[in-house]
Design a protein around this ligand. Structure first.
Ligand SMILES: *[C@@H]1O[C@H](CO)[C@@H](O)[C@H](O)[C@H]1NC(C)=O
Ligand SMILES: *[C@@H]1O[C@H](CO)[C@@H](O)[C@H](O)[C@H]1NC(C)=O
Ligand SMILES: *[C@@H]1O[C@H](CO)[C@@H](O)[C@H](O)[C@H]1NC(C)=O
Ligand SMILES: *[C@@H]1O[C@H](CO)[C@@H](O)[C@H](O)[C@H]1NC(C)=O
Ligand SMILES: *[C@@H]1O[C@H](CO)[C@@H](O)[C@H](O)[C@H]1NC(C)=O
Length: 201
C-alpha cells in the first residue's frame, strides 16, 4: 500500500515539473536593441489583472488606452506618448521610461518613486506583456498589449498562462474597450501638426 502510494507520488512528479513551463513566460529576458526595435511604435492596452487593490481599482477606471513607444537605444530610455480615456475624457500625457537591459525591466517615476515592470515579448510578436511586482504575491499583476485593439483568444493565450501561474482568476481580468476611446481626434490633430512641421522644415 505504502509502496503504491510512493510510486503514485513519484509518477506525479514529472507532471508537476511539466507544469512549471507555464511560468516560463514570466522569466525575465534581457532587453536588447532588437527588443527595443520590436516594441517601437503604436500599441493598444488590452487587459490587465492586479492583486494590488489600488491598481485593481484604477484599472477599472480606464476605458481605453493606446500609446506610442519611441525607444532611444543609446540613452536606454523610451519616450512614451499615451492617449488614455477615463470617464469619457481623453487624457494625453508624455513621459520617459528607463530601460534596465540586463534585468529585462522598464521603469517609470510616479510621484517620486520608480516603478519597475518586466517586459515580456510573446510568441506572437504583435503582443507583449508587462509583469509588475513579480516577487510580491500580494501585489503582483500583469497586463497585455497588442498592435491592434482587437485580439484573438490565441493571442491572449500566454497572458492567461501568466495569470494561471500567478494564480489570478480570469474573473479578475479587466479589459479595455476601444469603442469607448475619446482620443482619436486628438491623435489625428497631433499627426496633422507633425505633418505641417515636417512640411515647414
Ligand atoms: C478587483 O475589483 C473588482 C471590482 O471592484 C472586485 O470584484 C475584485 O474582487 C477585485 N479583485 C482584487 C484582487 O482586489
Ligand atoms: C538619443 O539620445 C541621445 C542622447 O540624448 C541623442 O543625442 C539622440 O539624438 C537620441 N536619439 C534619438 C533617435 O532620439
Ligand atoms: C544598440 O544600438 C545603439 C544605437 O544604435 C548602438 O550604439 C549600440 O552599439 C547597439 N548595441 C548593440 C549591442 O548592438
Ligand atoms: C502627466 O504626467 C505627469 C507626470 O507623471 C503628471 O504629474 C500629470 O498629472 C499628468 N497629467 C495628466 C493630465 O494626467
Ligand atoms: C537589476 O536588478 C538587481 C536585483 O534586483 C538590482 O540590484 C539592480 O539595481 C538592477 N539593475 C538595474 C540597472 O536596475
Amino acid at each position: 500500500m505504502a509502496l503504491s502510494w510512493v510510486l503514485t507520488v513519484l509518477s506525479l512528479l514529472p507532471l508537476l515539473e511539466a507544469q512549471i513551463p507555464l511560468c516560463a513566460n514570466l522569466v525575465p529576458v534581457p532587453i536588447t536593441n532588437a527588443t527595443l526595435d520590436q516594441i517601437s511604435g503604436k500599441w493598444f492596452y488590452i487587459a490587465s489583472a492586479f492583486r494590488n487593490e489600488e491598481h485593481n481599482k484604477s484599472i477599472h477606471e480606464i476605458q481605453a488606452t493606446f500609446f506610442y513607444f519611441t525607444p532611444n537605444k543609446t540613452e536606454d530610455t523610451i519616450f512614451l506618448r499615451q492617449y488614455q480615456t477615463r470617464q469619457n475624457q481623453c487624457i494625453y500625457n508624455t513621459s520617459y521610461l528607463n530601460v534596465q537591459r540586463e534585468n529585462g525591466t522598464i521603469s517609470k517615476y510616479v510621484g517620486g518613486q520608480e516603478h519597475f515592470a518586466h517586459l515580456l515579448i510573446l510568441r506572437d510578436r504583435k503582443t507583449f506583456m508587462l509583469a509588475f511586482e513579480v516577487n510580491d504575491e500580494k501585489n503582483w499583476g500583469v497586463s497585455v498589449y497588442a498592435d491592434k485593439p482587437e485580439t484573438t483568444e490565441e493571442q491572449l493565450g500566454e497572458f492567461y498562462e501568466a495569470l494561471d501561474c500567478l494564480r489570478i482568476p480570469r474573473s479578475d481580468v479587466v479589459y479595455t474597450d476601444q469603442k469607448k476611446d475619446k482620443c482619436e481626434p486628438l491623435e489625428r490633430q497631433h499627426e496633422k501638426e507633425k505633418k505641417q512641421e515636417e512640411g515647414e522644415s
